[in-house]
Ligand binder design. Structure first.
Ligand SMILES: *Cc1c(COP(=O)(O)O)cnc(C)c1O
Ligand code: SF4
Length: 351
């Protein structure tokens, strides 16, 4: 790791501000060929490049196919329209009652606290989301909280975004303090990729409000490949665990990133070593610009079945997708794992 790429000693705001946003700089940092530049510029026109230097330091130099690079490098392919790929594939806008509050599933609702993220993932289903109007910044927070207060059936509030850890500790603890004051909200959940891509963000102040929150706290991080989890990430996750949070991971199955049983098993093992249990493995949401990442349902189910033969049950994520209008995420596997097993193996299990 070059000193230029580390930056652990700086504040997280500095590390965030120093993220790479210019395609040329990313290519130079990784000794990559200039021929990738035109495509990177074209893709970045649609959704800007953004990647923290600490995340770049986990990529292999000189390898245009690096699984971490692939998640952040803009490509010309993003500009090609593909049938079936749209701007709001999961129908988020339809289920937004108050700006920034998504109540799609029983007992839990999701607060879009900010549109900002520490990293821009090329496959993100929210790359076209109209964040300008639709998050709980400013006056929208009060009406979202009123809505939560008025619904005693809501037991769990999910802080999402964008990424809630893009907010300052002050702003975050203001939101969580408000939620702590609502008797029927007993669980707080955070969906964050920042803990993975910018572990500097896990500050003492953040850890303090996690441990001070009166109910249970679940933190769902987002790593797609084992190489994302390095020593600073492990240290940050340990602090969150010690503060009493349950740590889970959600990943997306992505062509060229984790589309092999080995990559999936390595990710699960590495997560567990860092104290995190795999939760969801999502099929790609069919968002315009991300078609080149798609692994279809059947292939994904086969990969998961193969992973199921190698992993203890608790390290197998649930393969799921999101369908507009459904009452929960749609579970694809493991549902009836015996479907994918040779008959002989089944008999041995029964006998
Ligand atoms: C995914 C999601 C949730 C959480 O679903 P779980 O199955 O509980 O993880 C909640 N609300 C919305 C709008 C979601 O998209
Ligand atoms: S961190 Fe999450 S919300 Fe932000 S760009 Fe990546 S996938 Fe999308």
């Amino acid at each position: 790791m070059t000193p230029q790429l580390s930056g652990r000693s700086e504040t997280w705001q500095q590390a965030l501000a120093q993220a790479i946003t210019r395609p040329r700089e990313l290519l130079q940092a990784l000794d990559l060929d200039e021929s990738l530049l035109a495509g990177a510029h074209a893709g970045a026109e649609l959704f800007p490049l953004r990647v923290p230097r600490g995340f770049v330091s986990r990529m292999r130099k000189g390898d245009p196919h690096d699984p971490l690079l692939r998640q952040v490098l803009p490509l010309t392919a993003e500009a090609r329209p593909q049938p079936g790929f749209s701007d709001d594939p999961v129908g988020d806008l339809a289920s937004m009652t108050v700006p920034g509050l998504l109540h799609k599933y029983h007992g839990r609702a999701l607060l879009i606290t900010t549109g900002a993220c520490a990293v821009h993932c090329r496959y993100c289903f929210r790359r076209h989301f109209p964040y300008g109007e639709a998050h709980t910044g400013g006056h929208h927070l009060a009406s979202a909280l009123d809505c939560i207060r008025a619904d005693p059936g809501l037991h769990e509030i999910i802080l999402s975004g964008g990424d809630p850890l893009s907010l300052s500790d002050e702003r975050l603890s203001r939101i969580t303090d408000e939620l702590a004051g609502i008797g029927h909200v007993t669980r707080l959940r955070l969906h964050t990729r920042t803990a993975i891509v910018l572990p500097e963000r896990i500050t003492g102040a953040m850890v303090d409000w996690v441990s001070a929150w009166p109910g249970q706290v679940v933190i769902v991080v987002h790593a797609n490949h084992a190489n994302e989890i390095n020593a600073p990430v492990i240290a940050a996750l340990r602090q969150l665990r010690e503060a009493g949070a349950l740590l889970l991971n959600q990943a997306v199955i992505l062509r060229g990133v984790n589309d092999s049983a080995t990559a999936l098993c390595d990710l699960s093992e590495r997560l567990f070593a860092a104290g995190v249990l795999p939760y969801y493995l999502h099929l790609l949401d069919r968002v315009a610009g991300a078609a080149h990442f798609e692994v279809d349902r059947q292939e994904a189910a086969q990969l998961l079945a193969e992973a199921a033969r190698r992993l203890p049950g608790y390290l197998l994520p649930r393969l799921a997708c999101e369908e507009a209008g459904a009452a929960s995420k749609t579970l694809i596997a493991p549902t009836d794992a015996s479907d994918h097993r040779p008959v002989v193996e089944n008999q041995r299990q029964i006998g």
